[in-house]
Design a protein around this ligand. Structure first.
Ligand code: M6R
Length: 597
């Protein structure tokens, strides 16, 4: 997804901007560009491909104020002319834009009729011409006039040749302002700026800000001033760097014991203050999310129903708004690590419209979802840079265990003894996660064996059916091997036709009430000559008899088994991708944060 960076201060803006832009690379992009103001004029450089290509052509661009962009093509091909920033007709205004303008065709047609010349095929360029056309008494008034004409989503940053300010605005596309000492910053994401500041102002939808080296002023779209306190974020720059790991994904997989520990800290033994008591009186729960967050929600359904006995359903965010209202006002839990996923934001708004109480489970302080819901549970995973969600998934599960405990407690659904057992198991989770990581080399060896497969099945039952979905998603997005997650009992209803000696099956076999049936499925698969890699629990001596390979995770209560098992599957997909030479942190065609519906 596109990235925006801006700087105004007294330092060399080019160096800072490029450094910050590189920290947004993980979002995915196919072209990049920078515009700087120096001696009353705007200089512009753009290129297709990596930021290193831009660096190689840009030379020394002088100035203390500039904006830059990484573009992920939507309207128009990834070409140099479609790369941001865009200029107006006379080269006095430069803009960068993330989002999608839904009425840009009409606006462009009108602007062309009026004599404006367009250099690109993008929707974004209309901003530059609309601002030029406005010709007000300040850049702020010109931007406000332009914004009154556009429909759709945007995060924009605008500069003008004779001004020492950056004007920014947002609507349904993330943008943060970093506060420095006699310098200020703009970025799509706080991780881009952590090297320079920990203090941030989060711009909200339909807000505009005027940023100079010494001030940040916020306004609504009518130009009324808005007061907003800045927030300090505890993440450090090291948290957002690779720290010696070859990839962010591997670093983030290995950070899971700590992330689980942090996410539990102070939240056990009745200290779950973030959850107002009335949530425990809900009649039903509906969980919404996308991708990995949806999978966490599917696991959450089993957790909540088992601990609290409250009927729970889970739905993909983009489907929720089209579904009929069948339950009477469930508690709606919106899961999104970034807090900026457009589909989940839309689902949260829809839930409120339907009169439901809402909770968000998110990893990002001040993100958009936190303003759309009644209560937030933060996951405390630290920044996740790798496109593949790993530690955020596991900490989302932690949040769901905590939520389930709270709901169960409020309804007296579990005995105090059972509650003590659950809490004691949860305290053990960081150690359990570490034990799986200690076995990473064994998983690497298995990945070397299976790396040439074209297609794999991941099967599981009950609470580990969603774990199989998540294992399959990790594998396909990182290693580009087609991975299909399936409820093990469903194989015989169709997919068995696809199995052969070239189709490995990863079977999750936990010693719960589904175990015997899983063994049956493993036999069924082995009988079709498909190689089985069984992922089971320490002490299991039966799996060896039917599976070609076995990986055992430490002894764990079945309710908590998705955690060690998904860590094993994350490592498996990571090593598959490594052996296949895939670009692990930036897989093709996908973005870390998806801000379009
Ligand atoms: O930020 P979110 O949790 O809302 O993101 C939702 C999905 O885009 C995300 O989980 C995606 O599926 C993962 N990055 C895949 O690893």
């Amino acid at each position: 997804m596109c990235g925006i960076v801006g700087y105004v201060g007294s330092k060399d803006a080019q160096e800072i901007i490029i450094d910050c832009l590189k920290r947004l690379e993980y979002r995915g992009y196919d072209s990049a560009g920078i515009a700087m103001i120096s001696d009353g004029s705007i200089s512009l450089k753009k290129s297709v491909g990596e930021i290193s290509v831009l660096e190689s052509i840009m030379g020394n661009m002088e100035g203390n104020l500039g904006i830059a962009h990484t573009r992920w093509a939507t309207h128009g091909k990834p070409t140099e002319k479609n790369a941001h920033p865009f200029l107006d007709c006379v080269g006095k205004i430069a803009i960068v834009h993330n989002g999608i303008l839904t009425n840009y065709m009409d606006l462009r047609e009108q602007l062309v009729k009026e004599g404006h010349e367009f250099a690109s095929e993008t929707d974004s360029e209309v901003f530059a011409h609309l601002i030029e056309k406005s010709a007000g008494d300040s850049l702020m008034s010109e931007v406000l006039a332009a914004l009154s004409k556009v429909e759709g989503s945007y995060a924009i940053a605008v500069i003008k040749n004779d001004n020492e300010e950056i004007i920014v605005a947002r609507n349904e596309s993330p943008l943060v302002i970093g506060i420095g000492h006699r310098e200020n910053f703009v970025a799509s994401d706080v991780t881009a700026l952590l090297k320079y500041t920990n203090e941030f102002v989060h711009l909200q939808d339909k807000e505009v800000a005027r940023i100079t080296a010494n001030s940040v002023e916020i306004f609504d779209l009518a130009g009324n001033s808005i007061q907003r306190e800045s927030k300090r974020i505890s993440w450090s720059v090291e948290d957002a760097e690779r720290s010696g790991y070859p990839h962010f994904m591997l670093k983030e997989i290995f950070e899971q014991p700590q992330a689980i520990h942090e996410s539990l800290l102070g939240r056990l033994e009745g200290q779950e203050d973030e959850l107002p008591f009335f949530y425990s009186r809900v009649g039903s729960v509906k969980i919404v999310g996308c991708g990995t967050s949806y999978h966490a929600g599917l696991v959450g359904k089993y957790i909540i129903e088992e601990l609290s006995k409250v009927p729970t359903t889970c739905q993909i965010s983009s489907e929720y708004r089209y579904s009929p209202i069948t339950e009477s006002k469930p508690l709606v839990v919106c899961i999104t690590q970034s807090g900026e996923t457009a589909d989940t934001l839309a689902a949260a708004r829809e839930a409120r419209k339907r009169g439901c109480k809402t909770i968000a489970i998110t990893n990002v302080l001040g993100s958009a979802i936190t303003r759309e819901v009644d209560t937030v549970i933060y996951t405390r995973a630290g920044p996740e840079i790798g496109v593949a969600a790993t530690k955020t998934f596991v900490t989302q599960l932690i949040a769901l265990y905590l939520l389930a405990l709270r709901v169960a407690g409020g309804r007296n659904a579990i005995t105090s003894e059972h509650r003590r057992e659950i809490i004691s198991s949860m305290r053990n989770l960081p150690r359990l996660a570490q034990n799986v990581l200690n076995d990473a080399e064994r998983i690497h060896t298995l990945a070397k064996k299976y790396k040439d497969a074209h297609s794999m099945f991941f099967i599981g039952r009950h609470i580990n059916y969603p774990t199989s979905l998540e294992g399959a998603l990790k594998t396909k997005e990182i290693s580009y091997i087609h991975g299909e997650g399936y409820p093990a009992g469903e194989l015989k209803h169709g997919p068995l036709a696809l199995l052969s000696c070239d189709t490995p099956v990863i079977a999750i076999c936990v010693r719960d009430h589904t175990y015997e049936k899983m063994l049956g499925n493993v036999r069924e698969v082995a009988a079709r000559d498909a190689p089985v890699l069984a992922v089971g629990i320490e002490g299991d001596i039966d799996l060896d008899k039917f599976a070609e390979d076995v990986f055992l995770v430490p002894e764990v209560e079945p309710l908590f088994s998705p955690i060690p098992i998904i860590i094993a599957l994350q490592l498996f997909s990571y090593y598959l991708a490594l052996e296949r030479g895939c670009p692990i942190d930036k897989p093709r065609n996908i973005a870390k944060t998806v801000t379009v519906e």
